[in-house]
Write a protein that binds this ligand. Structure first.
Ligand SMILES: C[S@@+](CC[C@H](N)C(=O)[O-])C[C@H]1O[C@@H](n2cnc3c(N)ncnc32)[C@H](O)[C@@H]1O
Length: 312
């Protein structure tokens, strides 16, 4: 009888120990875990996922946000971490514009995350946004981002280092706004378009999306890849309008890169306006192999050569 009691006690103690270990484990993990779904209590990420240290990342700033709501897809938090990294490492105040503000949470997150002294501007068509209250470095305007007059009214003397379009996601609006606002981006700045998946939505006719649909934002941004290579094109097809050729030519001096992510496009402006073809640099030294297409070198890359900065 006595032996039986001991066994019951031992089993009970083991069960309690098991419960304690179960309770402690998530705490151990939480230092380094990446909860991909901050809006919900449960972690929707797979159990086998690689956990990363989020200290100091954009995700951390997003997780800390508590005053006004922001809603973003999980991959955007990684994308913003990368896109903002140069501004964080330069540690100089920047000016950021978000169009499509809704509850205003993202303005506050940018204010917390970007270097001290940064100016954060929001523009939303919804008049209810006027009831949001922010610190002095955050300003909010009410108006339609696709309206040229509104842009001129509020931003005629302004330039931005970061522009984010999270507004209507209607394809024609996104393209129109980009054409209007990209000139307001500083050299070295980034223009970020969110929710580019609506480019493929053909079930809401007003969105204007569809796979490879002419006039969709993805097709538009794809077409701008040609602007990067404008100076290497000899003959343009007659199907390309003079306006489009001109647009590609102008963007050739401005667009440093176009990055496509799942649902986000980022267009980066050169750090300096590109007013000439890039030079072909050669180091000093012996060349045993002649390139088939070799022309006389443009410039020798020595420590005395002038080196202009074009990329952040
Ligand atoms: C997806 S919500 C923005 C979410 C917000 N950026 C966030 O992080 O939580 C879209 C917002 O865009 C605004 N919007 C829609 N069309 C607009 C336009 N043409 N100009 C300015 N804002 C617009 C809507 O009123 C809405 O508040």
């Amino acid at each position: 009888m006595f032996i039986k009691k001991r066994w019951v006690f031992l089993l009970f103690a083991l069960f309690i120990l098991f419960l304690i270990l179960l309770y402690i484990k998530p705490f151990k993990k939480s230092n380094v875990s990446f909860n991909f779904n901050p809006m919900h209590t449960e972690d929707t990420f797979s159990k086998n996922a690689e956990f990363v240290d989020t200290k100091g990342t954009f995700y951390d700033a997003y997780k800390k946000q508590s005053k006004y709501v922001s809603r973003k897809w999980e991959q955007y938090l990684h994308i913003y971490d990368k896109a903002f990294a140069p501004f964080i490492s330069y540690n100089k105040p920047v000016t950021a514009l978000e169009i499509g503000v809704e509850n205003g949470g993202f303005l506050q997150i940018m204010s917390d995350y970007l270097p001290k002294g940064s100016q954060i501007i929001g523009l939303d068509i919804d008049e209810r946004c006027a009831n949001l209250h922010f610190d002095n470095n955050i300003k909010l305007f009410i108006g339609d981002a696709t309206d040229k007059k509104i842009i001129e009214k509020y931003f005629s003397n302004m330039k931005f280092d970061i522009i984010i379009d999270d507004a209507s996601h209607i394809n024609s609006d996104v393209i129109k706004t980009f054409k209007e606002l990209f000139p307001k981006l500083n050299y070295g700045g980034v223009y970020i378009v969110e929710d580019t998946h609506t480019s493929y939505w053909d079930w809401y006719p007003e969105i204007g999306g569809g796979f490879k649909k002419e006039g969709s934002m993805i097709e538009y941004f794809k077409s701008l890849i040609d602007s990067l290579h404008f100076l290497y094109i000899k003959d343009f097809p007659s199907s390309l309008s003079a306006d489009k050729i001109n647009e590609l030519k102008n963007y050739n001096q401005e667009i440093a890169s176009i990055t496509f992510y799942d649902s986000v496009v980022i267009v980066e402006k050169y750090y300096n306006k590109k007013e000439r073809r890039f030079k072909n640099y050669y180091t000093k030294g012996e060349a045993l192999i002649e390139s088939r297409f070799r022309k006389p070198p443009d410039i020798e890359c020595t420590k005395d050569s002038k080196f202009e900065k074009y990329y952040r």
